[in-house]
Structures are given as structure tokens and as C-alpha cells.
Ligand binder design. Structure first.
Ligand SMILES: NC(=O)c1ccc[n+]([C@@H]2O[C@H](COP(=O)([O-])OP(=O)(O)OC[C@H]3O[C@@H](n4cnc5c(N)ncnc54)[C@H](O)[C@@H]3O)[C@@H](O)[C@H]2O)c1
Length: 367
């Protein structure tokens, strides 16, 4: 049976589309910003969110000073498309993070997408109203609030993920292993087609990336297509094993009991990372709660949901220690450059050695 694989073609005026996709989102470079340390320090004697942010920055710096602490970064929301990619790449390059747990959108649809040579674009203010979304649909332009993506590019990204799955030995893999194969793909194809890539930087430096809801992104379309074509041909296929993800991340907690978590947004990455304390216990280890924890979120505590739950609340579940935790109620594009910029310019990371946790995991997956 042949597959119905029609390439997406935009309708409407090509010139208009080109005009709308003219201005690229530029990623902020915290290494070049001056005066962040005195700014954040001055915020520490203010009130409200300024004081919370300064305390969070100090806690992150303490995680980096504490040499035995393994730092896990969690990502939710549309952070890479919003211009935060280089902040995260600078964290990876400078040993300021040891593992990443993310939504698939940030890692595949946005970072890997840019590594394939595609870009995110600035949408004018008038598009926020939603009045022009019908026209955008005709032009095959996707909108994330004030940002545009070319859906035709995104379809190519989906197809590349399928090509990668097609090239792997059939079997069950963690998202960490599958994302490493994305890094290998970039390596085999002359590297990323942009200056900075989270997937590629982690691949080169042995920093594992987990996407605990891996199929809920561009890679999901690649997986669906891979599975369909293999099943139709009666052949074995690659599948993503979510249990293996949890097992592998828990192995890191067991191997390195002292941990700190830096959470940007909430969602599945937040809970998955907090839960490894409990999972280590379930496996018979006396794992301490996460010693340090920072979360930046716009979620509202009144809904009682996971994304908004405070870190104090997490301590009632035995997941996070209460001494060094801080919630920052702020939109991430504002708070992240300040907090990471503060820690970067303080320089505590300079005496930190790379943990290269991906290397631990090679053996952890063996039966
Ligand atoms: N966001 C996208 O553009 C997109 C695209 C494709 C697939 N997906 C998939 O949808 C699922 C949900 O992902 P999601 O990224 O929308 O996260 P999410 O809706 O799970 O976000 C969880 C919480 O994070 C917080 N948050 C998000 N963005 C924030 C910001 N900028 N500043 C502060 N706090 C913020 C909010 O409180 C939100 O409730 C994932 O599996 C993802 O792969 C998302």
C-alpha cells in the first residue's frame, strides 16, 4: 500500500508570505550583557517579584558552587521560538547544566528545526488579535502569539525525524537515545545550520536530553509515519519507550544523589523531574529530595494544578527540600536572561567539571 504523503503547499500570495516572514527572532546573548550582577543584586533589597527573582538567581549560583550538585534544567512553553535558545546553549557550553528535561516542542519543533536551517519570525502586533489567522492558514504560516513559523518548513522537520527513525536499528528507545540520534544526524550532515543548537551542543558534551512526552511534537509525526510504513510492509520498527526515560533519569539521581532543579515553566517536565526522588526510593535507594529548586512560571496557584504548584507544596510530597527553593512568578523571557545572566557573570561555573551524564546512561540501559 502506498502512503498518502502529500507535501503541504501554501495557497495565497507568495509575496505576502515572504513579507510576513521577513524579520527573524534573534536569540538574546547573556554573555554580552553588562551590569546584570549589580542589577539583580539591587533587586534583592526590593520587594515582590524583584526580590523573588534575586533569591532564585542566588540559589542557582549556589547550585553551581556546590560541586557535587547535579543540575537538571526543565523546559516547558515556547522558549526557543521566543529567543531563549542561546541562553540555554550558553548554560550547556559552560557546565551550568547536567541534564535537560523538556517538552518535545522546544527540543524538536524549535531547536532541531532551527538546526535544520529554518527560523522563527517576528509577527506584528496586529496579529495578536487573531483576526488574521484565516489568512495565515491559507499562507501556511503558524502563529505562536507574536511569532510566526513557516508550516512548510515544519513539515520538512517532521520528515527529517522520520528519516532518522528509518535509519535506526528497530527496537525500543528512550527519548534520550532518540534525541542523541538527532545530534548524530546533525554531526553527519555538516553540523547545525545555525550558530547555536541545544541538541547538537548536548550531543557533543554528553548532556542527556529527555522529552517525557516525546511523541507530542514534530517527532511524533515522524514516529507515526515510520510506524505506519513499517507495519504496512510487515517490518520491525523503532518505538519510543517512556518507561525507559523514567528509568534512565532515575539512574542519574541514584548515581548523583545531590541534585538541583531549574524549572522554566511547569508541565510534564516539572513533574517528571521532581518524581525521580520517589522513583529512586521505589528502586530501594535512600535518595534525598532535590536540594535546590527554582521555578519560573506564570501559572496561577489557585487552579491546584501541577504547573502552578509551589515548591513548598512539592516538599509535602517528599520531592523538594524547603531550605533553598524559590518560585518566581514571571514570564520566562523576562526572568530567564536575568537569572542565568547573573549566574553566568558571577562565574561560579568556572570551577565546575562536566558531569557528562550521557556516558553513565550508556551502561544504565543494559539489561
Ligand atoms: N508550545 C508549543 O508551541 C507546542 C508546539 C507543539 C507541541 N507542543 C506540545 O504541547 C505540550 C505542552 O507544551 P507547552 O510547551 O505548551 O507547555 P505547557 O502548556 O505544558 O506549559 C506548562 C506551564 O508552563 C508555564 N509556562 C509556559 N510558558 C511559560 C512562559 N513563557 N513563562 C512562564 N511560564 C510559562 C505555564 O504555567 C504553563 O501552564 C508539550 O508536549 C509540547 O511538546 C507545544
Amino acid at each position: 500500500m502506498s502512503l498518502n504523503k502529500k507535501p503541504l503547499k501554501a495557497k495565497g500570495n507568495k509575496g505576502r508570505k515572504k513579507q510576513l516572514l521577513a524579520q527573524e527572532i534573534v536569540h538574546i546573548d547573556i554573555t554580552k550583557l553588562q551590569g546584570i550582577v549589580p542589577t539583580v543584586t539591587a533587586m534583592s533589597t526590593m520587594a515582590f517579584s524583584a526580590r523573588d527573582l534575586a533569591r532564585a538567581a542566588d540559589i542557582y549560583d549556589r547550585m553551581l558552587k556546590d560541586k557535587s550538585c547535579g543540575v537538571i534544567l526543565t523546559l516547558a512553553g515556547s522558549l526557543i521560538s521566543a529567543g531563549l535558545k542561546k541562553v540555554i546553549v550558553d548554560m550547556i557550553r559552560n557546565n551550568m547544566v547536567d541534564a535537560i528535561v523538556s517538552t518535545g516542542a522546544n527540543i524538536v519543533d524549535q531547536d532541531f528545526f532551527e538546526a535544520l536551517g529554518f527560523r522563527h519570525y517576528v509577527a506584528g502586533d496586529e496579529f495578536k488579535s487573531g483576526m488574521f489567522d484565516g489568512e495565515l492558514r491559507e499562507l501556511a504560516i503558524d502563529r505562536i502569539y507574536d511569532t510566526f513559523i513557516d508550516e512548510e518548513d515544519l513539515r520538512i522537520c517532521d520528515e527529517v525525524t522520520q528519516k532518522i527513525f528509518d535509519s535506526i536499528e528497530p527496537g525500543q528507545y528512550s527519548s534520550r537515545e532518540l534525541i542523541e540520534s538527532f545530534g548524530q544526524y546533525l554531526e553527519d550532515n555538516d553540523g547545525p545550520k545555525c550558530e547555536d543548537s541545544i541538541v547538537y551542543e548536548c550531543f557533543k558534551r554528553g548532556v542527556p536530553i529527555f522529552c517525557p512526552a516525546f511523541s507530542d511534537c514534530s517527532a511524533g509525526f515522524g514516529l507515526v509515519h515510520h510506524l505506519h510504513s513499517r507495519q504496512t510492509a510487515g517490518e520491525a520498527h523503532v518505538s519510543w519507550d517512556g518507561g525507559k526515560d523514567f528509568y534512565e533519569l532515575t539512574q542519574l539521581k541514584i548515581a548523583n544523589p545531590n541534585t538541583g532543579i531549574f524549572m522554566i515553566g511547569g508541565g510534564v517536565p516539572k513533574n517528571f523531574t521532581q518524581d525521580i526522588v520517589v522513583a529512586a526510593e521505589v528502586l530501594g535507594h535512600d535518595a534525598p529530595m532535590h536540594k535546590y529548586a527554582v521555578q519560573i512560571t506564570v501559572a496561577d496557584v489557585r487552579d491546584g494544578a501541577l504547573s502552578s504548584s509551589t515548591l513548598k507544596e512539592a516538599s509535602s510530597w517528599g520531592k523538594v527540600d524547603t531550605a533553598l527553593e524559590q518560585m518566581v512568578f514571571s514570564e520566562a523571557t523576562l526572568a530567564v536572561p536575568l537569572i542565568v545572566g547573573y549566574a553566568y557573570h558571577k562565574g561560579s561555573w568556572k570551577s565546575r567539571k562536566p558531569k557528562k551524564w550521557a556516558n553513565i546512561l550508556q551502561s544504565a540501559v543494559a539489561v
